[in-house]
Design a protein around this ligand. Structure first.
Ligand code: SDX
Length: 379
């Protein structure tokens, strides 16, 4: 093995097959089990998409009804888990709360060590149902607000917003949030999913793999980018009295300066998509709907200014995190909550890959080219 054979970051390396999703940079497309993600976002609930990812087919009415009943009856935050979350400092990152909660849910699950598909599918459904209450309560406790219990008369997206804000969200907000959950659900061998597969390849349990995936997603080069996008908007300054044109000019100047300083600006670029992230048009439409709903044209100016400047300077396009960040901001989520929203959605993709890895497992253990000292001896 020589250093010239090294593919740093595994860039361009195909390490296994998957039937869960197909990311095609040539056609700038993304298929979940063969369905274009744009079609799923336009016509499905997140619940239907999660079942598609797990089972390989869109659910029948009876399958959806059965899962809906299960999901709605497994949403509540247990007193024990609430107590553990309350013991975590409000200064810790919300992703640490997600990571801890996934670990606790695993420790509390009597089937944790059962790696059969049936047991893992049940664990996946339980985790998907339980995470929204963790994310919602964590944001509320940091605001000094009380826990809001889930409602079993609301769908997944509606209930998530209900538990977070304690009021029923307007239909356009529910629609935009549902679209974001579908778009964030799955994306082949991204860093956090591959982390989950590496952990699963040792035959460790599903919850251990999800905890590891949450750790990987936290980084700003990956899931943490949606939070970082909002920090960029805040650094430029959001001025509600400003016109879109005025905001655009300030954003463009900020980006020109950032790039002149060789800064990496989160929300732009992608390891696989080089002509733009296939999900961006759909999420941008959801952002546009939020900008219209809340009458915030200055945010569109900031969005356009950064995008135009990055495009002109480096021909680098936005990724999904770029429109998702300001959309979540408009919905009322606190910026550090953005990546936990990504966790809640990606639990579906991670667990689909965990079950697939076990179907034809091989321990994932690559090689390395040694470049340390030659052999030497203590005396
Ligand atoms: C997600 O993999 C997935 O599928 C992930 C994801 C999913 O759904 O799971 O799609 C979700 O993580 C999206 C990506 C979110 N991350 C960010 O927004 C972080 C900012 N983006 C960059 O760090 C970067 O684009 C990566 C990490 C996403 C991809 O980088 P690559 O493929 O390793 O390419 P690179 O970093 O080597 O960059 C190539 C060139 C460099 O220029 P040079 O140094 O060669 O002159 O492009 C430049 C980079 O400097 N570049 C950027 C840039 N992204 C690339 N320059 C400024 N800002 C950026 N954002």
């Amino acid at each position: 093995m020589t250093e010239t054979d090294i593919k740093k970051g595994l860039a361009g390396v195909v390490v296994d097959t998957t039937a869960v999703s197909k990311v095609n940079p040539e056609t700038n497309s993304l298929l979940y089990r063969g369905y274009p993600v744009q079609e799923l976002a336009a016509s499905c609930s997140f619940e239907q998409v999660a079942l598609l990812l797990w089972n390989g087919e869109l659910p029948s009415d009876s399958e959806l009804a059965e899962f809906t009943a299960f999901e709605r009856s497994h949403r509540a935050l247990s007193p024990e888990l609430k107590q553990i979350i309350d013991a975590l400092p409000a200064t810790c990152h919300p992703m640490d709360v997600c990571r801890t909660a996934a670990s606790v849910l695993g420790a509390q699950d009597p089937t944790a060590e059962d790696s059969s598909r049936e047991a893992n599918l049940a664990k996946a459904k339980s985790l998907l149902a339980a995470m929204p209450a963790v994310v919602a309560y964590d944001q509320r406790r940091r605001r000094g607000q009380e826990l809001v219990e889930p409602r079993d008369d609301l769908g997944y997206a509606q209930n998530f917003l209900w538990m977070t804000f304690g009021e029923e969200a307007a239909p356009p907000v529910v629609e935009a949030f549902n679209v974001s959950m579908i778009l964030y659900a799955e994306h082949s061998f991204n860093a956090s999913t591959f982390t989950a597969r590496v952990i699963t390849s040792t035959l460790a349990d599903l919850h251990s793999a999800v905890v590891g995936a949450i750790g990987a997603l936290k980084g700003p080069l990956h899931g943490g980018a949606n939070e970082a996008v909002m920090h960029t908007f805040d650094e430029i300054g959001i001025r509600q009295e400003e016109t879109a044109e005025e905001a655009e000019a300030r954003a463009k100047a900020w980006m020109d300066d950032a790039l002149a300083q060789k800064k990496k600006v989160m929300g732009f670029g992608h390891r696989v998509y080089k002509n733009g992230d296939s999900r961006v048009p759909t999420m941008k439409a959801a952002l546009d709907a939020m900008i219209e709903h809340y009458d915030r044209p200055e945010l569109l100016g900031l969005y356009n200014g950064l995008e135009k400047s990055m495009g002109e300077a480096k021909n680098i396009k936005p990724n999904l995190d770029y429109p998702a960040g300001p959309a979540y901001h408009l919905m009322g989520f606190d910026t550090p909550t953005f990546t936990p929203l990504f966790v809640a959605s990606r639990i579906s993709g991670w667990t689909a890959h965990i079950m697939e890895q076990l179907e034809s497992n091989a321990l994932i253990r690559p090689l390395s080219a040694y470049n340390g000292p030659d052999e030497r001896h203590v005396s």
